[in-house]
Design a protein around this ligand. Structure first.
Ligand SMILES: CC(C)(COP(=O)(O)OP(=O)(O)OC[C@H]1O[C@@H](n2cnc3c(N)ncnc32)[C@H](O)[C@@H]1OP(=O)(O)O)[C@@H](O)C(=O)NCCC(=O)NCCS
Length: 161
């Protein structure tokens, strides 16, 4: 497996991964697809960057991650989307993507990564995934997404200052 920058032509595979993940609403998928674009598109803020985990032998995209530098903050990145095709899950693909991203942002003087997610049951695997990788829940906004569906904010310090 290799991890490389998102390329033009990856969009269909990524859209399929988001659909097959079975956790995202149509609206969320549309939002993700707006952010996962070729670099250089003039109407997309340049701070969104996506990376794909690709099977070397077949070129198949196994998963992707989309990050961006948080606006109006110093040295903070947000992880917006991470997803792995169901047949490739539980094999370390998302862990490799996250490690790649943490090393990538560290080179850009990143202090902290922030991840927002939902409290609902279908996101438990992702919450377990974030916790496993040292992300700690620092805030909870009750009833944010809908009544009974809270926003959870996880953070991880990438460097001390
Ligand atoms: C969350 C997700 C990205 C993890 O991808 P993955 O490649 O399977 O993850 P990895 O194999 O690298 O890491 C696995 C770790 O994550 C956690 N995890 C992953 N799937 C899990 C599940 N179904 N139940 C409980 N924990 C789970 C565990 O801590 C696991 O470690 P273990 O295998 O040693 O128990 C994947 O399940 C996914 O794409 N989910 C749908 C999309 C999504 O919810 N994205 C997050 C919101 S943007």
């Amino acid at each position: 497996m290799e991890i490389r920058k998102f390329l033009r032509g990856d969009r269909d595979a990524i859209s399929r991964i988001l659909l097959d993940a079975g956790v995202f609403t149509e609206e969320e998928i549309a939002c993700a697809m707006e952010m996962v674009q070729e670099p250089g598109r003039s109407d997309i803020p340049p701070e969104y960057e996506s990376f794909c985990a690709v099977e070397k032998e077949t070129g198949q995209i196994l998963g992707f991650v989309c990050i961006g530098e948080a606006a109006l903050a110093e040295g903070v990145y947000e992880l917006y989307w991470i997803a792995v095709r169901p047949s490739a899950q539980r094999k370390g693909v998302a862990s490799a993507l996250l490690k790649f991203v943490e090393e990538y942002v560290a080179k850009d003087k990143c202090r902290m990564i922030v991840i927002e997610t939902s409290s609902c049951g279908r996101y438990e695997p992702s919450r377990a995934f974030y916790r496993k990788h040292g992300y700690r829940q620092v805030a909870q906004v009750s009833d944010f997404y809908s009544v009974g569906d809270d926003k959870l904010i996880f953070t991880k310090k990438i460097r001390q200052s």
